[in-house]
Design a protein around this ligand. Sequence first.
Ligand code: HEM
Length: 502
Amino acid sequence: MPSLVTWCCLAPLVYVGIRAVQKLFTPGPFENVPGPKPVSRLLGNLPQFFDQQGWEFQRDLSESYGRVVKLSMPFGAKWLFVFDPKALHEIVIKHQDVYEETPIFRTGNALILGQGLLATIGDHHRQQRKMLNPSFAPGHLKEIFPLMLDVIHKLHQALSEQIAQDAPKELDMLDWTTRTALEAIGQCGLGYSFDPLTEHAQNPCGEAFKALEPTIFPMHVMRILLPYIVKIGSAQFRRRLLEWTPYPRLQRVREIVDTMDATAKEILRVKRAALERGDEELGRTVGQGKDILSTLHVQDKLREEITKMHAQLSQDGLDLTYDVLLGLPYLDAVCKETLRLFPAVPFIGRRTQEPITMRLSEPMTGVNGDAIDSIFIPVQSTVIIGIAASNTDRAIWGDDAHEWKPERWMSADSCKTDSSGTKVPGVYNNMMTFLGGGRTCIGYKFAEMEMKAILYTLLPSFRFDPPADKEICWNLAGILYPTVGKTSKKVEMPLKITLIRP
Ligand code: HEM
């Protein structure tokens, strides 16, 4: 006789199975939208779309069908993969409330991160944005810039201590930059230090953040069931169920979330205690591409621009400011081009809250050969925003769209449109990297400042090369991550670092 736990696990599966059979025998609304053939009748294109090394499939989606592509998913579902600029404008700006975050995304984020910006929708989300926006406004970023530089100088110090003159050393730069990013947001956003950034310090929270994405990304089926599973019994009961489930990956997720939760609670405890003490300090303190640096001529050119600015500032007796950093043209071009070609979040899903017609900027050819200039989308449809596909759309970026060329940003007409003249609705330089509209990445200016400050601080002292005997591979996931080789499970990016100037 199956136990209660077994029945609880089977119930959502049975429900989804019945829905799937119904869907398989009902003609879908996207019949005329072209798309790749499913690899399996049961799973559709899911194994290809969520393949960690599925770069070719992703590129095929963006080049072979049209700017809206039909994807077949498990249980008979059909998704639309979209990178048409007008349709993107409707999704992220004009009809943002119709195209909401998917229940899978929201439920997962609520369980892992709590009811924050990545888990809420509608007015609740708007209120949270309103509260948090001032912390990411340019004026505030200028204020916290010296704090950020202090953190990055600690990184510089840590690297300097490990790399002797004339003796290059291989270090895992992903580990160092992850630790730096966590410490930067801790110091600049929370007034809390996570990590002294010294060689041997352990940082469980940083490790947990780094492990999160590679651990949860392969759990597709479980993630699809998540919105149903969270409706079973009480939170206490579900926690027990979780603890009893003999699935090592799920147990790892539990450990990661428990570590992040304990850290968040510790920060709150420290801040509350400081508030109760009326701590004045609190008022003042509360308040992250591919290994492109291996492209040596670019690295040298960038180093030259930065070294000149270092020399000029020290001659004038001035400190580096936010405005000076953001005004460096080649540094800006390198960062923009990297964020265009290697967006950390390559695609993101939305679910329609009501039926809607999506209009396209230019007609595309349907399966029956007719021109399509709009697509009817029923309620509860999944739409994937093709961030990387839009950033490499040849109609906008030209035939060299897939090449990394910082120089493209040095000309006056760098923000291009397609022949219809429709602009991509991205908040950042005609790209979708940080999205646009009401769910724009709140930290995009912070991320830009951090990237530039790290390059500005490290490049005059160090040269970075890929290790001769290791292939660094980028893995597709909700957030891209690097490994050595395609099959490794270890998230890392070893680079050979040479000290140029102490
Ligand atoms: C290169 C670095 C980064 C990239 C490419 C990036 C990209 C994105 C994207 C595409 C979204 C939209 C997600 C969605 O709509 O579902 C997003 C949202 C968000 N990002 Fe970032 N992000 C970066 C760095 C940061 C940093 C440094 C912070 C914080 C300091 C941050 C905080 C957030 C938050 C809180 C949201 C949720 C916003 C909302 O839903 O209102 N991000 N990010």
